[in-house]
Design a protein around this ligand. Structure first.
Ligand code: ADP
Ligand code: MG
Length: 262
């Protein structure tokens, strides 16, 4: 995915200012940044959900020229939050992915997708009765049902996920991040908005750091997740260490240890 000079105005506010970024198939790309920095807006522009100026290419094709069903066949989107107004069961929600992705209606993909997100046995539960984290995993199962194969005829498919682990316990955070890694290892592309910078360092190949509607930095986790960059972007001291023996960045925010206000 390549985005060139993306500008978005919502209401009277310019929210994105000339954003350029690249996400490659075979990689997990994390978009990070403070609340309100424009992460969700950027995702919604790249998926064609909101008007923008600039250009977005997905597998080399201009997203603005694709029909919704063509886009639905190559990329699945998990929004930051999903409100379901009707009393659907879990499996009914997940089956929506079959319709969107043009897969055969009679497959067992919904059941297999629920297994992948550790919700086997939840098929006939009412969606509204689930916890926030369980609902989030149902939504991921829906997206996986839509975009099951990371590659089709040599063409990558894309998972575009807005805070997919935000309400999850640490075990299920790993379940979901492992799924994204597996999808990328098998040739697909993953673009995920993340808040947990340690999880980002562990799982992302590439990090795009946003601040005030602009890209503050992009590159590998080691390039982007540095003391200076994070402290400047988040406005509080964030010392970065590296884990022996692989040199992966990890953060232990100082304010918590010294009890000084951040
Ligand atoms: N419909 C809207 N009208 C005006 N401003 C908006 C609208 N939607 C979002 N914004 C503003 O755009 C900025 C970026 O929002 P968003 O992309 O959701 O941030 P993030 O996902 O990084 O937390 C925020 O300041 C938000 O208040
Ligand atoms: Mg957001």
């Amino acid at each position: 995915m390549q985005a060139f000079d993306i500008e978005v105005t919502l209401g009277r506010t310019r929210v994105l200012h000339g954003v350029d970024f690249t996400a490659k198939p075979g990689q997990v790309t994390a978009i990070v940044g403070p609340n309100g920095s424009g992460k969700t807006t950027l995702l919604r522009a790249t998926t064609g959900e909101i008007p923008f100026t600039g250009r977005v290419l997905l597998n080399g094709e201009d997203v603005a020229r694709q029909k919704p069903w063509q886009l639905a066949a190559i990329r699945g989107v998990q929004p930051q939050s999903t409100t379901i107004a009707f009393p659907f069961t879990v499996v009914e929600i997940v089956r929506l992915g079959l319709t969107a992705g043009l897969s055969a209606a009679n497959t067992d993909l919904p059941v297999r997708a629920l297994e992948k997100v550790d919700l086997t046995g939840f098929e006939n539960r009412m969606y509204q009765d689930l916890s926030g984290g369980e609902q989030q995993r149902v939504q991921l199962a829906r997206v996986l049902t839509q975009i099951w194969q990371p590659m089709v005829d040599g063409t990558p498919r894309w998972l575009i996920l807005d805070e997919p682990v935000a309400s999850l316990d640490i075990g299920h955070q790993f379940t979901v991040m492992d799924l994204t890694r597996d999808f990328a290892t098998r040739g697909g592309g993953v673009v995920a908005v993340m808040h947990d910078l340690n999880l980002t360092a562990m799982f992302a190949d590439r990090v795009v750091l946003m601040q005030d509607g602009r890209i503050a930095a992009q590159g590998t986790p080691s390039e982007v997740l540095t003391d200076a960059t994070l402290t400047q972007t988040y406005g509080c001291p964030i010392p970065v260490n590296t884990t022996p023996p692989v040199g992966m960045p990890f953060l232990l925010p100082q304010a918590r240890m010294t009890r000084e206000p951040c």
